[in-house]
Design a protein around this ligand. Structure first.
Ligand SMILES: [Zn+2]
Ligand SMILES: [Zn+2]
Length: 360
């Protein structure tokens, strides 16, 4: 096999590759974010609709009308109190007037001056007015206290209705929370339904093409997807659950890496390569490039991995002499001379088929 020629490039190139790898990862993360956002904006359950289903409509209407009545009554009470205040003010001024008139009368009596008819009339009128006012004031007080009583009754009734409604709201709330949870779960599954296949694709590409020169691209893509999946899982599943998923994922990755390195030390790919070579030789294909090994009676034929078993190989026994062979396509040495018995042997298999000598 040819030695791999790797060019490291100038530091500017290497820096640019790293920079653009990061930029690519950020962009991928961003694009995935758009998908996730779109799913997340799907409308959830409507609380008012759920509540409507559970609440007694009549009771609700009753509560509303009671509230209106109470407000109206409160306004009326305020009016009555205002009137009462006006009457009270006028009573107080009348009281003062009467007091002054009485004072005058007392002074007149001391000086033996009789109260004039007009003064007497004034006094009587003021007194009557005062008494009238007092009566009005009492009446207003009576009305206000009646109204207050009625209002209290209404408030009690409204409280009862509110309590009943609150009781009916409880199952509505429970149903709503259940619906919300279901909706959240649906959103999470929809997001994962988009993200997980992308992640699987990324993992597949990384596994297949990790030695490709474009591997930074695949790794960036995979890392961005993995982070997005982790974010979604973390957001939607309880953190305890997430912890186990994360730990499980990490365990898998670490175990996979460990196995890979242990294998790399224990059998440095030799066994895997040997198996691949053996299978290729069985099909008369170059183990490196799968170009047909056209030797002996197969010299003028062409086949592939699929057609190799369907071929009719000419049984002419003419030119049977074996000779060294190099793949014309990739230049790999496939058959060469055995150093111990000098016959032709498989160059990529460990033992000579004639003398059994082992090759390292
Ligand atoms: Zn080849
Ligand atoms: Zn040999």
């Amino acid at each position: 096999m040819k030695p791999e020629v790797t060019s490291k490039g100038t530091w500017v190139h290497r820096f640019a590759i790293r920079l653009f790898t990061v930029a690519f990862a950020v962009l991928v993360y961003w694009v995935l974010g758009f998908f996730v956002e779109d799913i997340r904006s799907l409308p959830g359950p409507d609380y008012t609709a759920v509540e409507k289903k559970h609440l007694d409509k009549e009771l609700l209407a009753k509560q509303e009308s009671l509230a209106k009545q109470i407000a109206e009554l409160a306004r009326q009470i305020e009016n009555q109190k205002e009137k009462q205040r006006v009457v009270g003010d006028s009573s107080r001024s009348l009281q003062q007037t009467i007091g002054q008139l009485l004072e005058l009368q007392k002074l007149g009596m001391q000086k033996s001056v009789a109260f004039s008819t007009t003064e007497q009339e004034n006094f009587t009128r003021s007194l009557n007015l005062f008494l009238d006012n007092q009566r009005k004031y009492q009446e207003l007080s009576q009305t206000v206290s009646e109204m207050l009583e009625r209002k209290q009754g209404l408030v009690r009734e409204k409280d009862l209705a509110a309590q009943e409604l609150e009781r009916q709201r409880q199952p509505a709330r429970e149903e709503f929370s259940l619906l919300s949870q279901k909706h959240r779960m649906k959103l999470a599954l929809m997001q994962l339904a988009i993200l997980v296949p992308i992640l699987a694709l990324a993992a597949l590409v990384i596994l297949k093409k990790r030695s490709s020169i474009y591997s930074p691209l695949f790794f960036a893509f995979g890392a961005a997807t993995l982070i997005k999946v982790a974010m979604v899982v973390h957001e939607y599943f309880p953190s305890k659950c997430f912890k186990y998923i994360l730990i499980g994922g990490l365990l898998l990755v670490v175990a996979r890496l460990l196995i890979y390195f242990i294998r790399a030390i224990a059998f440095p790919k030799a066994q895997w390569l040997l198996r691949q070579y053996r299978e290729a030789y069985e099909r008369f294909l170059c183990p490196v490039c799968e170009y047909p090994i056209r030797v002996g009676p197969r010299r003028f034929l062409f086949w592939t991995r699929r057609t190799v078993n369907k071929m009719v190989v000419p049984t002419d026994r003419g030119n049977q002499e074996e000779e060294a062979y190099t793949c014309p396509s990739c230049g790999s040495r496939l058959f060469d001379e055995c150093p111990s018995c000098h016959k032709i042997r498989h160059a990529m298999l460990p033992h000579c088929s004639h003398c059994g000598a082992e090759k390292n």
